[in-house]
Design a protein around this ligand. Structure first.
Ligand code: THU
Length: 137
């Protein structure tokens, strides 16, 4: 099935492509699910991440959090980000609850772009994590 990306801006289309490219680097021998994430900063820089699994399954690192760590290690901080695109070889992939919480630390108005129900969704993190902790004004 070809999923329409017509409604996306060129910048967000590019972000999806960056996520697709890094998805190929995933280390996921246990689930075989590859995930790539590309985080766009307000200064247009992009930080990518992929999932990294472990024989002790609970130690697995998700792609979104891997991208956040990459950005933070490069000096970026809460408020610095505009959007994150997430791509997986599995269908109906949206960020897990832990990743939503970690992303919220960096801004509840980050736009999250992901494929779900046969379409590319583009929505604010605050819509994906309503009434998140801590409470915002
Ligand atoms: N995974 C992510 O990378 N991001 C998420 O938001 C949810 C799950 C990864 C972890 C694991 O390697 C694989 O997807 C299957 O759960």
């Amino acid at each position: 099935m070809k999923i329409s990306t017509n409604h996306l801006s060129a910048a967000y289309l590019n972000l999806l492509n960056e996520a697709k490219a890094v998805m190929e680097k995933a280390y996921s021998p246990y689930s075989n699910i590859r995930v790539g994430a590309a985080l766009l900063a307000k200064d247009q820089k992009i930080f990518v991440g992929c999932n990294v699994e472990n024989a002790a399954y609970g130690n697995t690192i998700c792609a979104e959090r891997s991208a956040v760590c990459n950005a933070v290690a490069n000096g970026y901080r809460p408020g610095d980000f505009k959007a994150i695109a997430i791509v997986s070889n599995g269908e109906n992939f949206s960020p897990c609850g832990s990743c939503r919480q970690v992303l919220q630390e960096f801004g509840s108005n980050i736009t999250v772009i992901f494929e779900f129900d046969g379409e590319i969704n583009s929505m604010l993190l605050m819509e994906l994590l309503p009434k998140g902790f801590p409470k915002k004004d």
